[in-house]
Design a protein around this ligand. Structure first.
Ligand SMILES: Nc1ncnc2c1ncn2[C@@H]1O[C@H](COP(=O)(O)OP(=O)(O)OP(=O)(O)O)[C@@H](O)[C@H]1O
Ligand SMILES: [Mg+2]
Length: 233
């Protein structure tokens, strides 16, 4: 596998507290990778380290082989990394369309407003509504759309399904193949093991800041995953 993104021995700290203890993870172009793990395992910290929100050593993160760890967040957007943060973080007083436009970050590519509206038609209908007037699922679609507007090569999603109804979660995951087909790889942090196995090509389980299991989603058993997830031995 030639990696689009690769981490080697990635560590992360909050002051004296070590949150990640050497994460080795790779994502190929066009691939969907899921990260699962219990609360506090380090999943969000890992995504934050990739986009420069948590400090990382330069050589611990490579994009197309180039060391990019520790680069400022706005420059990493320019290099093709985009984060859909936990809790969506939309601008509440702005409309759907204004929120989407903010994601553009001067980029050009196939993810235009029209392409986002084609991906999520409901957003076209709600384009002039303030973000706060939308349902949780629609807000999540705006958050994904805003990230896609920077035309990323790698879309990083933190807990997309949090607080959403199963049918809405299904609708959101249903667009993943179209996003990948357009050339964007996806890393998704997901609490629901079944959802992660269904959506991902490969899966990593984090436990207390380490990778406890990884492999093709189709080849891992639920038992293996439960053991890696809960740390049962
Ligand atoms: N800003 C912070 N300051 C100090 N410690 C933090 C900070 N953010 C996270 N941590 C700690 O780092 C560890 C990893 O947290 P992280 O948020 O990455 O876990 P997570 O796997 O995303 O958990 P969750 O499933 O609850 O979102 C936890 O022990 C957490 O308490
Ligand atoms: Mg988290």
């Amino acid at each position: 596998m030639s990696a689009l993104l690769e981490t080697r021995e990635l560590t992360a700290f909050y002051g004296d507290f070590q949150a990640l203890y050497g994460i080795d993870l790779a994502v190929a172009a066009g691939e969907v990778v899921a990260i699962i793990g219990a609360n506090g395992a380090g999943k969000s910290t890992f995504l934050k380290a990739l986009v420069g929100l948590v400090a990382a050593k330069a050589e611990a993160v490579r994009l197309d082989g180039a060391a990019i760890g520790g680069i400022a967040p706005h420059r990493l957007v320019g290099l093709g990394l985009a984060l859909v943060p936990e809790g969506r973080r939309l601008f509440p007083s702005l409309t759907v369309e204004e929120n989407l436009r903010i994601g553009t970050a001067g980029s050009r590519g196939q993810w235009t407003l029209e392409a986002i509206y084609d991906l999520f038609p409901i957003l076209a209908e709600r384009r002039s509504s303030p973000a706060t007037a939308l349902s949780g699922g629609q807000q999540q679609m705006v958050a994904i759309g805003r990230a896609l507007m920077s035309n990323p090569r790698l879309l990083l999603c933190d807990e997309l399904s949090l607080g959403l109804a199963p049918t809405v979660i299904r609708d959101i995951y249903a667009v993943f193949p179209r996003i990948c087909k357009a050339g964007t790889a996806i890393v998704v942090v997901e609490q629901d093991i079944g959802q992660a196995m269904a959506a991902a090509d490969r899966l990593y389980c984090f436990q207390e800041g380490r990778v406890s299991l990884s492999g093709p989603a189709a080849s891992l058993t639920r038992e293996q995953i439960s053991t890696a997830y809960f740390g049962l031995h």
